[in-house]
Design a protein around this ligand. Structure first.
Ligand SMILES: [Ca+2]
Length: 157
């Protein structure tokens, strides 16, 4: 096994998922302008550069992560786990070495009634397509799939 193979083996063993396949890198201004143009919302990028990957790679982590299996509860009592908690947790799945460079973040929206204020995830793939993720069931959407949504801010870490 070569050094890189050994490193990959150790990475997989340590994190439970292999490293993402990266196809390039973009400046954060590209992410900022792409999301702003698509969703007309405020965008915060805390890194200068982001690693780009295809939809399959983002989806590999989304499917591997178990956030979607947690029970939803929003009654405000101890033990409640609602939309913002799901979004924070799925974004946190990407907070491991290599995956952390991908532009995957949190997105605050207002969905049509009765849903209203809602928190979901967002990512930008290597083709600069903007995807919206429902972390409660791992589904991904384009803006055109979601009529009547208003977008407030996206945050990429
Ligand atoms: Ca999942």
């Amino acid at each position: 096994m070569c050094i890189e193979g050994l490193h990959n083996w150790w990475y997989q063993r340590q994190h439970g998922i292999g490293k993402p396949e990266i196809s390039g890198q973009v400046n954060s201004t590209v992410i900022n302008e792409t999301v702003n143009a698509e969703l007309d919302c405020n965008v915060y990028c805390s890194d200068h550069f982001y690693s780009m990957a295809n939809w399959n790679e983002f989806n590999r982590m989304i499917e591997w992560d178990k956030t979607n299996q947690l029970p939803y509860s929003a009654d405000g009592t101890e033990g409640s786990f609602d939309c913002d908690d799901f979004a924070k947790r799925l974004a946190g799945a990407f907070a491991i070495p290599y995956w952390s460079g991908l532009p995957f973040g949190e997105l605050l929206v207002t969905a049509p009634s009765p849903l209203g204020a809602h928190k979901v995830n967002i990512f930008v793939d290597e083709n600069l397509s903007v995807w919206i993720v429902e972390p409660q069931d791992d589904s991904t959407y384009r803006k055109s799939d979601l009529g009547g949504w208003e977008y407030h801010y996206a945050e990429f870490s």
